[in-house]
Design a protein around this ligand. Sequence first.
Ligand SMILES: NS(=O)(=O)c1ccc(O)c(NC(=O)NCCCCO)c1
Ligand SMILES: [Zn+2]
Length: 258
Amino acid sequence: QWGYGKDDGPSAWNTNYPVADGDRQSPIDILPHQARHDPNLGPIVLNYDRCTSINIANNGHSVVVEFEDSDDRSVIQGGPLDNPYRLKQFHFHWGGKGCHGSEHTVEGNSYASELHLVHWNAVKFKTFGEAASTSDGLAVLGIFLETGDEHRWLHMITDALYTVKFKGSVTDFKGFNPKCLLPSSLHYWTYLGSLTTPPLHESVIWIVVKEPMIVSEKQLGKFRTLVFTGEEEDERTRMENNFRPPQLLKGRTVRSSN
Ligand SMILES: NS(=O)(=O)c1ccc(O)c(NC(=O)NCCCCO)c1
Ligand SMILES: [Zn+2]
C-alpha cells in the first residue's frame, strides 16, 4: 500500500502508479503572474444548502467527511464547469508542527494546510468511481488554510477528530454544511490535473481559491492527534505531512478568474 513515509511516499508512487509521471499531475506550484486572466470564467456557484453530510472517517491517509450523493442537493457549478458537479466528500492535507502542509503552492510558498472539496460529474457518469477515472469527471475545490485567529466553525470538525483517531474509524457526522468553511471571496485559479493521491487519475478540473481560510494553530494541532495506523497495530504513526509536493506543469495553462 502507499503512504507518505520514506519508503512508500510520493517519490515511490510511480512504481505502482506509473501515471505519477504523467502530463497532468497535481498539485502544482501556481505562479499568479503567469496565470492567464480569462474574462469568460464566471464565478463559482455553490449550492450546499440542504446539506447531506453522512459521516467523518479516518481512511489511513486523511480525515474525510462523506456526503450523500444520490441527487443534486449539494452541487458546485459555474466557473470552468460545463455541468453541475455533485459533492462527494471533503478532506484535508496538513504538515507537522510549525511546518507547512498544503499541496498546491503559490510562487513556491506553501500554506499550513489545504482543504479539498471533491465533486463528480453525475450528468456524464453513473458513479463516482467512473467519474474519478475519466478525464474531467471530477472538480475539486482547493482552499488553503493559514494560521492566525481561531476559525469560528472549524471546531465542528476538530471536536469530532478524537472519535476517528485510528485508521478505519468512522462516526456519524450529519447536517454539516461545508459552506461555513469557505473564505469570503471565491476568486480562483483553475487548471486540468489529477488526484493528488494514488491512483493519481488525471480526471480533475482543479479550482484553487486564492483567499485562504484562517484557522488557529490549536485547531490545526488537533489534526495531528490522528494516526495513520489502525487501533490494533503496535506503532502509532502520527498523521501529519500527508501532502504530495508540486508536480511539473508540462506546458499546462493556469487560468485566473480575476
Ligand atoms: N487529494 S484529491 O486529489 O482531492 C483526491 C480526491 C478524490 C480521491 O478519491 C482521492 N484519492 C483517493 O480516493 N484514493 C483512494 C484511496 C484513498 C483512501 O482510501 C484524492
Ligand atoms: Zn486531497
